[in-house]
Design a protein around this ligand. Structure first.
Ligand code: SAH
Length: 257
């Protein structure tokens, strides 16, 4: 059996209980060495075979998986954050499906969630935005034109940009060109939940400058939107006057005229 497991954003305590148990049982682990915290590998049995996929091709990864399957082994494919975001797992799963090899996916805490925790932020603030856009700048992997940062910026939603810390100047330009005001709050979170985590709070017009000053060019998320500001409306869910399926709201006081 093969398990695709989300390792979480960095702190080894942020893997799921199921992910942790499977790592302890694994006969073989193939981990994404560029970003998975190697401290997680300490959970593995001494006999566990460990491969760092940073220097492997898809074909080589599959070869290891197929080899392990011959002996009814537990193989863990350990991806950073949650494997559904920029994890390149679909191509692995499709090849396994073709070969009739069973697998399961165990979700993980994504870095965009780790970054929100570090910032004490909520992406969906009433009166500010009810939408979160997760995206990236085009790099060697192209982004379809309708999803360009410039187009998405026009929505004005809360936004988290992956894989783009090395392109802060262009990112800032595109966000501004798309319609965010220059004083829109922004943040850069470097290595969220790792001991070396760095948090920079700034405004959009200073984004690239702040990143350059701090020497950040990789392993960071860029967050933009009014959710990083101070204004928002109180949620109805916990308002004393609001009735819903689980709670009867109080009657509004009658104002005397
Ligand atoms: N599957 C991962 C994303 C992999 S793409 C997830 O769910 O988080 C790699 C990019 O994710 C990096 O370039 C960076 O933008 C972001 N990233 C991953 N871990 C991070 C962390 N701990 N802090 C900040 N950004 C991180």
């Amino acid at each position: 059996m093969i398990y695709f497991i989300g390792a979480g954003p960095g702190d080894p305590e942020l893997i799921t209980v199921r992910g942790q148990k499977l790592l302890q049982q694994a006969h073989c682990v193939i981990y994404a060495g560029s970003l998975v915290n190697p401290a997680l590998l300490a959970l593995c049995r001494p006999t566990c075979r460990i491969h760092n996929s940073a220097s492997m091709t898809l074909e080589e990864v599959l070869e290891v998986m197929l080899e392990m399957e011959k002996t009814a082994s537990v193989t863990v494919r350990l991806h950073t954050g949650d494997p559904s975001m920029y994890g390149a797992i679909r191509e692995q799963m499709d090849r396994l499906d073709e070969g009739g090899i069973p697998f399961e996916v165990v979700p993980g805490v994504s870095s965009f969630q780790g970054a929100a925790a570090a910032l004490h932020a909520e992406y969906t603030l009433p009166g500010v935005s009810q939408t979160l856009i997760l995206t990236r700048m085009a790099g060697r992997t192209p982004v379809p034109e309708p999803e360009s940062i410039r187009n998405l910026a026009g929505v004005g939603a809360s936004m988290v940009v992956f894989l783009s810390a090395g392109m802060l100047e262009q990112l800032q330009q595109e966000l501004l060109a798309g319609g965010y005001a220059s004083d829109t709050p922004a943040a850069i979170v470097y290595k969220a939940t790792w001991p070396e985590e760095k948090i920079l709070r700034t405004k959009l017009s200073d984004l690239a400058h702040a990143g350059r000053e701090a020497g950040i060019s990789k392993t960071a998320l860029i967050l933009v939107g009014g959710f990083l500001g101070s204004a928002y409306d109180r949620s109805l869910l916990y308002h004393p006057l609001f009735t819903h399926g689980f709670r009867e709201g109080e009657k509004a006081p009658v104002e005397e005229s």
